[in-house]
Design a protein around this ligand. Structure first.
Ligand code: AMP
Length: 184
C-alpha cells in the first residue's frame, strides 16, 4: 500500500509510520530523517537543508521532491511505502502525483493525525530535538497551517483522506490507524 501521513509537528507521524511499517512490510520514508542524514553525511545539500530546518522553514520543494523521487525509484518501494513528512505543500503533492502516475501506482490512502496545539507543544518539549526549541516550533506550526493544511482539501478532493484522532497513547492511536488502513 502507498500511504501518506499528514499532521502538524509532534502529531506522531513518525511513531505511527514506524509501527505500521512492520505490519504492512513496506518502507517508512521520512524526509526529515533523509535531510538530517544528508546533513550528518556532510553533503552540501544537507548543509543547506539544515539551515532551513534550524529556523523551522521548509526546505525548497525541488530539493525535497528530488530526494523523494530518488528514494521511490529504489526496489523496496515497489510494493508500497509510508511517507512521513512529505508532501508538505500542494506543489509537492502535485509532483508526487505525477511521479506515481508514471508508474501507474497512485496513493491508496492519506492519514491525517489530528492533535490540538496545546498537546503538540507538550509533546515537542518532551522530545527535545535540535529544532524543537520554542521559536522554531512556532515557525513550524505557522508553516504547517499556511502551506500543509491546504493539502487536506487536496486529498479530500481525491477521496483518499481519512482523519484519525491523534491524542492518546501511541498504541491507542495505532489501533485506529490500523482500522482505517484495513477499511481501505
Ligand atoms: P520532520 O522530521 O518531518 O519534522 O522535518 C523536520 C524539518 O525538515 C522540517 O521542519 C523542514 O524544515 C524539513 N522538511 C522535512 N520534510 C520536508 C518537506 N516535505 N518539505 C520541506 N521541508 C521539509
Amino acid at each position: 500500500m502507498r500511504i501518506v501521513f499528514i499532521g502538524p509537528p509532534g502529531s506522531g507521524k513518525g511513531t505511527q509510520a514506524q509501527l505500521l511499517k512492520d505490519y504492512l512490510q513496506v518502507p517508512h520514508l521520512s524526509t526529515g530523517e533523509m535531510l538530517r542524514d544528508a546533513n550528518e553525511a556532510g553533503t552540501a545539500l544537507g548543509a543547506a537543508a539544515a539551515e532551513c530546518m534550524q529556523s523551522g522553514k521548509f526546505v525548497p520543494d525541488e530539493v525535497v521532491v528530488g530526494i523523494v523521487d530518488q528514494r521511490l525509484s529504489q526496489d523496496d518501494c515497489t510494493t508500497g511505502f509510508l511517507l512521513d513528512g512529505f508532501p508538505r505543500t500542494v506543489c509537492q503533492a502535485e509532483s508526487l502525483d505525477r511521479l506515481l502516475a508514471e508508474h501507474d501506482s497512485p496513493l491508496d490512502l492519506v492519514v491525517e493525525l489530528d492533535v490540538a496545539e496545546d498537546h503538540l507543544l507538550k509533546r515537542l518539549a518532551a522530545r527535545g530535538r535540535a529544532d524543537d526549541n520554542i521559536k522554531t516550533i512556532h515557525e513550524r506550526f505557522r508553516q504547517y497551517e499556511e502551506l500543509t493544511a491546504p493539502l487536506l482539501d487536496y486529498y479530500r478532493g481525491q477521496s483518499i483522506l481519512r482523519t484519525v484522532d491523534g491524542v492518546g497513547t501511541p498504541e491507542n492511536v495505532y489501533s485506529q490507524v490500523k482500522k482505517v488502513v484495513g477499511d481501505n
